[in-house]
Design a protein. Sequence first.
Length: 451
Amino acid sequence: MPDLRRKAVTHLASKSSTPKGSPRSSRPCSRRGTDEEYLSDDGSTISNESFDGFWDGADIKQSVGKDWEEELEEAFDGILERKGTSTTGREEALSQIVRLTTLRYTRSQIAGKESQLTSALLKSLRNGRTDRESILACKALSLLMITMSDYDQFYSSTSTPLKMAIENHNSVQVKCAAIHTLALSAFLFAPSTHETQAVLDFYIEIVENDGHSIGAGDIEGVVIAALEAFALLVTCLEDSEGTGQRAMPVLINQLESSDVGVRLISGECIALLYEQHYNAQSEGEDEGAPSSQGPYDNIVHLTGLLSRLSTSSTKRISKASRKAQHSTFRDVLLTVSSPKSSAPSETLVFHREMVVTIDTWSRFHVLQELRRILTQGLHVHFSRNATIREMLEYEGIVIEPDEDEMDEDFEQRKQEKKSIQAEMRRTRQTSVKSERKTKGLQRVWTQEEEV
């Protein structure tokens, strides 16, 4: 948590007459976010930055009416009966599906319609008259997969159309959306490790060629999306040694990228591969298998590069980006040098009692993907959707509050967020005034000494 935010939260807590749940993060796991954040149920943050291309400006209303089930049924009809519908009508229907399946756990409403909905959404992806229609179709597919994770036909139905969209669609934003959706499909439904590895190789090729292999050459957003998708799939591999050896030279090359976002996610992928390698070796040692050095042979070169990135003082990037780079690569360097060291730790608290600790790079990358998909609805799905809990390796108590209680909690968190932001502005202004005053006094003292 940034110092300014911590001061604001502390100040508000001290002013409050009644104690409230405070954020329990030791520090944010991701440094790629911005100040545009949603507060999760415990006050942990969900960055909105990653959704710029994936979401494409479609708004999620932060409340759900009592007739939401009827609204969802109408939205389903709006995409299932494509003939005679307008582009605007399909976009509105898709937007409703995304909104309601994000903010509600809609398993019972979808049951029995999986095949029809998947086909209709793939049609909007392939034949969408606008980029927004295709992107919303990808988003809706991801939510459908998350909600109906026992429908094992998803991968066979979606893998080829999604890969074709990645390779052939004219829109970079659609490519990015399809990259994430294909990764989720493989993560949840790929029938074999061989299939998962094929998708991983596809992503490595995109990164290695800077997007040229899919007609999006030198576009950083595509490379970042492919790296994020790569990281998600690596987390489900029992043995990532072959993948690590293939990917490490590509990732190290991307550490030299001119884009700070590409550098950060490349470093986080490197940390993940070293963590996975260490875990596999630890299990192998228990079974008497020999240990190896790591997924990359020239450890001196790698640690030297990571060290430089963790201390670089270049002014070609903003102060905030430089700070994020230093923080990220200190953590990555620590993991590479000593893989037993855990990732930056973050504690999430859902509905006051369900506590999840994110303390490995594997959980960190899974959480990042869930935040991309579920945005404001993460707390809803965590309490009601066993798949989400399994993805985050949660085995504690399960609390399922009713829908009205969840809406009230969300409104309360929204007000808390506004209060924190207002206090941050006041704290920042006070800090700036104090700094200016100090500098003014220093100038006066200097002038007096010169006299």
